[in-house]
Every structure is written in structure tokens, then in C-alpha cells.
Design a protein around this ligand. Structure first.
Ligand code: HEM
Length: 225
């Protein structure tokens, strides 16, 4: 077993974990966005509340959630270790900062990730924690009482502080994704004359559209609900 531990703690092993957990979180974000866009349906929250009820009670989804939490924790721990390792070995900072091909996002992945972690703690406390452990308003649909998560989201985004925090959070998520998307494919060895520009293009589109989709939600609730 020790070769596995050796591999996973080697720098290539660490990068591999970052890339696989990163790709897993990238697909989670898309699924999460599609689910959350139901908040924009003008039905008083019925569709969204029924969806949230399903997502938090279905045993298969609950099992997948454990995979999600593990993926997030692993990504954070490995990210911090790689960040520490890189900043420790980078006494020769000029080599990086003077390279015009190294963009802002790739130079600052550690800081961007840290801001996302702060956002995530705030976000999980606001919705996930309150939904799981807090006392929630209930609403009946065809005789079945369901937690009114829609009302919690709507009330949260009436506060301009949270709207601004979410919009800033999404700009940071976009920058983190911009580098992370193509970098995870590169780590997996998918370097190809034809496909690399395609992956980069797809990464750029993804890192704009997904954060934009999320950012629209608080803005919509603040101005139009
Ligand atoms: C406007 C943007 C967003 C809204 C309205 C929103 C809404 C919610 C709500 C209502 C929940 C609790 C119910 C559930 O588990 O599905 C939740 C959970 C969660 N959100 Fe978000 N979210 C947003 C953006 C994000 C972003 C950008 C991330 C990641 C960076 C994220 C990560 C998570 C995670 C990890 C959970 C826990 C999921 C689980 O327990 O399975 N969310 N979100």
C-alpha cells in the first residue's frame, strides 16, 4: 500500500487529485446551477421546493453528497498543500511574474480558492445548514408538507450585502474556473494540437456562463421579487 501513499503525496499525485476532484466539482456546479435556475420560475417556489425536497431526501442523491463533501475537502487540502509547496520553493518569484503567458488567474489560484472557501462557508451556513439543522417554514403541496427553501433564498437576497457578496463570489469562481478547467485536462495528459484549443475555448465559455447564471439569481431576487 505504501506505493499508493507515496504516489498520492508526490507532487504529480497531488496534482492528479486536484485535477480529478476539480473536474468532479465542475460538473457539480453545472448540475447545481440547473437546479437553482428553477428559482427563477414564477410559481411561488413550488418547482424549486419540490426539487430541493427530492435532492435532500433521495437515498442515491444523499450517498452522492458524501462523495461531494469528500471531493470538496480533498480539493481544499491538496490545494493548500500545493500552494504551500509552490510558495516555499518560489524564492525566485521573478521567473513567474515576468512571464507574459502566465495570466492573473493561474498566478493566484491559491488566493482565489481561499476567497471561494470563505464564500462556501457563508453559503453553506445560509442555506444548507439552516435547511438541515434549522427550523424552516413549511409549505404544503398536494397535502405534503415541504420545507420552504424558496422563501429562505428570497429573504436572503433582499439583503444588498448578500447580493454584492454573491456577485463578487461569482467573479472569483469564474477566474478560478478559467484556469482550473483547462489545467485539469492538462494534468490528465490531454495535450493535443487540435483538442487543447477546444478545451481552452470550452473552459472560457464555461467559466463565464456558469458564474453568470449563478449571479443572475441574487440580482433577480433583489430587483424583481
Ligand atoms: C446564486 C447562487 C447559488 C444559490 C442560490 C445556491 C443555493 C443553494 C441551496 C438552496 C442549497 C441547499 C439545498 C441543497 O443542498 O441543494 C445549496 C447547497 C450547496 N451549494 Fe449552493 N447555491 C448557489 C451557488 C453555489 C456555488 C457557486 C457553489 C460552489 C462554489 C455552491 C455550493 C453548494 C454546495 C457544496 C452545497 C451543498 C450541497 C449538498 O448538500 O448536496 N453553491 N446551494
Amino acid at each position: 500500500m505504501s506505493w499508493i501513499t507515496n504516489f498520492l503525496t508526490s507532487s504529480i499525485g497531488r496534482k492528479l487529485i486536484m485535477s480529478l476532484t476539480g473536474l468532479f466539482l465542475i460538473q457539480f456546479l453545472l448540475v447545481h446551477l440547473i437546479g437553482n435556475l428553477q428559482l427563477l420560475v414564477d410559481d411561488g417556489g413550488e418547482k424549486f421546493n419540490l426539487y430541493a425536497q427530492f435532492m435532500t431526501t433521495n437515498p442515491i442523491i444523499k450517498a452522492t453528497s458524501i462523495l461531494l463533501y469528500s471531493g470538496i475537502v480533498l480539493h481544499i487540502i491538496q490545494g493548500l498543500l500545493i500552494w504551500k509547496q509552490n510558495s516555499g520553493s518560489r524564492n525566485t518569484r521573478y521567473a513567474v511574474s515576468k512571464n507574459p503567458n502566465v495570466d492573473f488567474a493561474s498566478k493566484n489560484m491559491g488566493w482565489l480558492g481561499t476567497i471561494i472557501l470563505v464564500f462556501l462557508i457563508l453559503h453553506l451556513w445560509q442555506f444548507w445548514f439552516k435547511m438541515k439543522f434549522g427550523t424552516m417554514d413549511m409549505i404544503p403541496y398536494e397535502g405534503v408538507e415541504v420545507k420552504n427553501l424558496y422563501a429562505l433564498v428570497a429573504a436572503t437576497f433582499k439583503n444588498p450585502f448578500y447580493v454584492i457578496a454573491y456577485v463578487i463570489g461569482m467573479i472569483v469562481v469564474g477566474l478560478h474556473l478559467k484556469h482550473g478547467f483547462q489545467s485539469s485536462f492538462q494534468t490528465l495528459g490531454l495535450n493535443h494540437k487540435k483538442y487543447t484549443p477546444l478545451i481552452k475555448g470550452l473552459g472560457s465559455i464555461y467559466s463565464i456562463l456558469v458564474p453568470l447564471g449563478f449571479a443572475i439569481i441574487p440580482i433577480y431576487f433583489y430587483f424583481f421579487r
